[in-house]
Ligand binder design. Structure first.
Ligand SMILES: [Fe+2]
Ligand SMILES: [Fe+2]
Length: 178
């Protein structure tokens, strides 16, 4: 494999891995916040617990790739720990459907983010691209399950999802850089 040189257009894969790991970490924290609030046996909690298990798997895989490739995690990790949990808890406190609207919004942004990364990678780094493509399919399935379970019935759905999506975009940009 040829060495990257300044001026090369090759995607910055350390930054990619950093933001992806941060996102999967944030997802586990959001779901932890929701599961802390939701009644244990409600259908939404069961759905969310299933998705949370997949986020754990995504996170473990990126943790592994990061240590293998000696990529540092984002310095914002302690912040995402708290912010993710707070977002999850807050949405679940609004209602079960609002918790699902949160998944709907987050996964919409993550799908676009992973799609852009796959474009950027082009044919490069089949290992990373393979993981991203697989996880992207899971995230889309999360989004569709949340919608099928009634996310749009959440109070203030358009405003709630727009606000969460804007927050995700900021989180993505920050985690690429910091
Ligand atoms: Fe994920
Ligand atoms: Fe997800």
């Amino acid at each position: 494999m040829s060495q990257w040189r300044p001026g090369d257009r090759r995607a910055d894969r350390a930054s990619m891995l950093r933001v992806d790991q941060a996102g999967e970490y944030g997802a586990t924290r959001i779901y932890a916040g929701q599961l802390a609030v939701l009644r244990r046996n409600c259908p939404e909690a069961k759905l969310i617990a299933r998705m949370a298990a997949q986020e754990e798997r995504h996170l473990k895989r990126f943790d592994h790739l990061m240590s293998e490739r000696r990529v540092r995690p984002t310095a914002l990790q302690p912040f995402w720990n708290v912010a993710g949990f707070a977002l999850g808890a807050a949405t679940a406190l609004i209602s079960e459907k609002a918790a699902l609207a949160c998944t709907d919004a987050v996964e919409t942004e993550i799908d676009r983010h992973y799609g852009r990364q796959l474009d950027e990678l082009g044919g490069d780094d089949a290992e990373l691209a393979g993981d991203i493509a697989e996880f992207r399919a899971d995230e889309l399935e999360h989004r569709d399950s949340a919608r099928a379970a009634g996310a749009a019935e959440a109070p203030g759905y358009p405003i709630l999802t727009a606000a969460i999506r804007a927050g995700c975009r900021v989180a993505i940009e920050l985690s690429k850089r910091i």
